[in-house]
Design a protein around this ligand. Structure first.
Ligand code: UDH
Ligand code: NGS
Length: 364
């Protein structure tokens, strides 16, 4: 079965570690005679004792480098996986974390016998970091390269510590792969609806929620906005048992280069109403570079914050006024205070316009 498209990159070849300007045939061997991979714990380690002083090279020996294709794409040789998973890492200026995570993931995902590709998506300076937009750009890039059925949006500083935490999507609902995170007190998630860190959505789920919002420049809120989208589409969040989704947070300095976004609460108040027209369907960016590196595909994008935000000048008004002004109907005007943010509850979100529905279908 040929699941990967032949991809032609038009970039120049600058680096011997990077495969570019070349036609890549992902299917150098055929898996058509192989049996489907079975879920087995034989190759797994369970809970790993990774400490905070992990180094980028600690995992090298565990990785079967020979089987990883340029671009960080792998599939098991001895069995066939019917699903393939794209790991999308929104990234800027955390090279040490990236090297550790990439090594760790390859080793673990190979043990899990998954068919996967890793995509690191970076935003060029001086634009404010935007995790949601990068996730969307990674989703679109991965889609143009392979036929992935599952997308896992992954923070660069989180190491999964239990390899029973299978990096697969759940067919009916988005899956939050984090159940414990060492950066929080007692490793406990800060609030029930928290879906930050590592989130898995099938292709269909990603389209249904229209991806992430592209409007969250700076720190905070894009994950809560995604939660609103998920809820508005009547999905729930599923998680593994607590002892499975355990993560080690690699330490980093408070990010002066990624300051909290002062508009995040306002954006959130209107999030569920905007979701039909803003997100994957409205994304605007320029892909400046695409490199098939040995262990991952690297994508560099550029966007103009003022241009993206210029369509949303009404952000300065409160959620309630926005609803009134735009005559949006809700079941309830009741707002619940959840942690430090306001979330519109019991929303009735309009169906996407016919035009948007057509776009969604065409893209899938
Ligand atoms: N990221 C980068 N580079 C950056 C910023 C973010 O790569 O400069 C990516 C990376 O994948 C990271 C993710 O975005 O794991 C989330 O960003 P983060 O690690 O900065 O966010 P987190 O919530 O910590 O983990 C932020 C600490 C400051 C909180 C201040 C608010 N009170
Ligand atoms: C919430 C943020 C989320 C963030 C979470 C955990 O307050 O984006 O804290 O942050 N929501 C808003 O700001 C609206 S953390 O402790 O990981 O830095 O993910």
């Amino acid at each position: 079965m040929e699941t990967f498209k032949t991809f032609m990159s038009t970039e120049k070849n600058k680096n011997s570690d990077v495969l570019q300007q070349e036609t890549i045939h992902w299917s150098s061997y055929t898996d058509k005679d192989l049996a489907l991979c079975k879920k087995t714990i034989r190759h797994l380690h369970g809970r790993m004792n990774t400490s905070l002083d992990v180094k980028a090279t600690d995992y090298d020996k565990q990785i079967v480098l020979a089987d990883i294709k340029y671009g960080g794409i792998y599939r098991p040789r001895d069995c066939k996986q019917k699903d393939s998973v794209a790991i999308v890492i929104p990234y800027r200026d955390r090279i040490e974390h990236l090297n550790i995570l990439i090594n760790h993931l390859h080793a673990m995902l190979q043990r899990q016998k998954l068919y996967y590709g890793i995509y690191v998506v970076e935003m060029s300076l001086p634009v404010q970091f935007n995790r949601g937009l990068l996730a969307n750009a990674g989703f679109m890039t991965a889609q143009s390269i392979g036929t992935y059925s599952c997308y896992i949006i992954h923070d660069v500083d989180l190491l999964p510590l239990n390899d029973f935490n299978e990096y697969k999507c759940s067919p009916n609902n988005p899956k939050h792969l984090v159940t414990k995170n060492s950066k929080f007190k007692n490793d406990a998630l800060p609030y029930t609806d928290y879906i930050g860190g590592v989130l898995a959505l099938t292709t269909e789920q990603y389209y249904r929620v229209n991806g992430f919002s592209n409007l969250y420049f700076g720190w905070g809120g894009e994950d809560d906005d995604m939660h609103l989208r998920i809820k508005a589409r009547n999905f729930t969040i599923v998680r593994n048992a607590e002892h499975i989704g355990v993560y080690l947070a690699l330490p980093h300095n408070g990010d002066s280069s990624n300051p909290p976004n002062p508009y995040r609460d306002l954006l959130l108040q209107q999030g569920a109403y905007r979701m039909n027209v803003e997100g994957l369907s409205s994304i605007s960016y320029i892909r400046k570079s695409l490199e098939f590196r040995q262990l991952y595909t690297w994508v560099l994008i550029d966007c103009v914050e003022s241009e993206i935000m210029s369509h949303y000048s009404n952000l300065r008004i409160s959620g309630k006024d926005y609803i009134k002004k735009n005559k949006i109907r809700t079941h309830s005007k009741h707002y619940v205070k959840n942690s430090n943010l306001h979330v519109a509850s019991k929303l009735r979100v309009n169906r996407p316009s016919r035009l948007l529905r057509r776009q969604i279908v065409r893209r899938t």
